[in-house]
Design a protein. Structure first.
Length: 289
């Protein structure tokens, strides 16, 4: 998978994550053709597929990408237009962001439903060695994230989180003002130790999938996998459910405040960037049939 996709930034809204993943690459058409982020987790990070499996997955991804471009991207253009209208009319409010986030979740849900049968078929065909390798990779993934995001002083976690957010915002707003940087810092402080709950919940989900792989030849495998992929929220830990609600509320509050503090130049910068993303999507060959 392309490096620019595997290191795509996590933005504030779910569909902005999609556009960031694309626009972080130099050519949006090339990025889209390799958009394996349509798969909810990167298989290549957790297991080694044999040649037959890789070939099969490549073909499936091409089919899913064609479906996605022809049936889903048009609604993304409308979504971007709504964001542009919000900015133009100084209407970036908590309620508007709630609505846009709900629309983003619906879009991602449609993608997840589309790829679940392919994921089930691929995982069902894994051998014991591949399952063992996947479990080891899961364990290493959690250890690395624990070391990077949790096993550091809280003050350092807060500082790094603020730095990451500033880095994510700059391509959309340009250089932040001192007041905006201070607001980002207060946002990071308000999240406290949310990294701990996020990683614990990630480990919980991985454990559920690991246990399910022991039943991959049985009749309940695909329905259970569908729940893991399509209804993740139903499997969240209670602690993470609370933390997530808090995190989302803080993210919306941050966006609202940053737009209130934005300069005319920043708002124009954002409009130009959104317009370019929209134009790049519209120019994709698959959008033209």
């Amino acid at each position: 998978m392309p490096l620019c996709l595997t290191k795509a930034l996590r933005p504030l809204l779910l569909l902005i994550a999609f556009t960031l993943a694309l626009t972080s690459c130099s050519r949006i058409d090339l990025a889209y053709r390799n958009l394996d982020v349509l798969v909810p987790w990167s298989l290549g990070d957790y297991l080694s597929m044999n040649r037959q499996q890789k070939s099969w997955l490549d073909q499936r991804l091409k089919q899913h990408l064609a479906w996605h471009c022809q049936t889903q991207l048009p609604s993304y253009l409308d979504w971007i237009d709504q964001i542009r209208q919000m900015v133009a009319h100084d209407d970036v409010t908590d309620q508007q962001l709630l609505q846009r986030t709900a629309e983003a979740r619906e879009a991602i849900s449609r993608v997840t439903q589309e790829i679940t049968p392919s994921a089930a078929q691929l995982l069902r065909g894994m051998n014991d060695d591949q399952v063992r390798e996947m479990r080891q990779a899961f364990s290493e993934d959690i250890r690395e994230r624990q070391a990077k995001y949790v096993d550091t002083p809280l003050a350092q976690q807060i500082e790094r989180r603020a730095e990451r957010m500033q880095k994510r915002l700059t391509p959309w707003l340009g250089e932040l003002t001192p007041a905006q940087r201070l607001r980002v810092k207060s946002w990071s402080q308000a999240l406290g130790e949310q990294n701990r709950q996020w990683i614990a919940n990630r480990a919980h989900w991985q454990q559920q999938l690991s246990l399910l792989m022991d039943q991959r030849t049985g009749p309940t495998f695909e329905p259970r996998l569908a729940q893991l992929l399509q209804e993740k929220e139903s499997l969240w830990t209670p602690q993470y459910r609370i933390a997530f609600q808090h995190t989302e509320a803080q993210a919306r509050s941050l966006l609202v405040d940053l737009m209130k503090q934005s300069t005319p130049a920043q708002r124009q910068f954002l409009q130009d960037r959104l317009a370019k993303v929209r134009a790049d999507f519209s120019a994709l060959k698959c959008m033209k049939g």
